[in-house]
Design a binder for this molecule. Sequence first.
Ligand SMILES: [Fe+2]
Ligand SMILES: [Fe+2]
Length: 265
Amino acid sequence: MNILFVGDIFGSAGRRIVREHIGHVCEANEVDLVVINAENAAGGFGVTPQIAEELFDLGADVLTTGNHVWDKRELIDYLKSVPADSQERPRRVIRPANLQPGLAGYGIFEGTTQGGVEYAVIDLQGCVFMNTTNDPFHTVNAMLASVKAKVILVDFHAEATSEKVAMGWYLDGRVTAVLGTHTHIPTADQRVLPGGTAYQTDVGMSGPYDSVIGVEKELVLHRFLTGMPGKFEAAKGNPKMCAALIGCDPMTGRAFSIQRIMLGE
Ligand SMILES: [Fe+2]
Ligand SMILES: [Fe+2]
């Protein structure tokens, strides 16, 4: 089976370029499962219920998020609108599993593809150079004990390359893919690890590349040059859709291929 994982959608430029390409990419590669990181889809900061619905309309099965998950407060009620065992769209938006206990939403979604393959998607956030969370390694280890599906995708939303590489090795042979997000620049290290886990340190942002990781470059430069605060706005120029295409055996969940995708205008 083939799985498409789309990296952090950033703002309207990111949504537009994904809308342009996702259909033909899925058709040409006979994609069975589509997962999109949507944490920056609403103007670069968070995701609204309306934008989540738009992404589901484009064919997403699951939306992952990250440190920007709470930027749009209306998402909290959306996440709370369905019970834990629901298969409805609000349940398919997940947030990092290792956040503080008691928050809205869940860090895992377990579903079945149209072709009848059971799968799980897990969202985790890194500890290094990021806000305090619970340890992602022990969190995912405990979670995997109760996952029945063989096909398991992990979005590791983290800043440090070392932490992401370590997670790849930690989960090798236990999940289908460990895909890095958050740093917004695609890395060229995609490979299948010896145990059958597809890995990429960062899938890359789906958004405007004439920017500083999605934000208008003049605004970011001003902050670096002056140290003065200022409002960040999503850039528009040179949008690319960045994604990873993973081929795996649905019976064992082992990956046999991972391909990097970057498509522009
Ligand atoms: Fe992001
Ligand atoms: Fe992030």
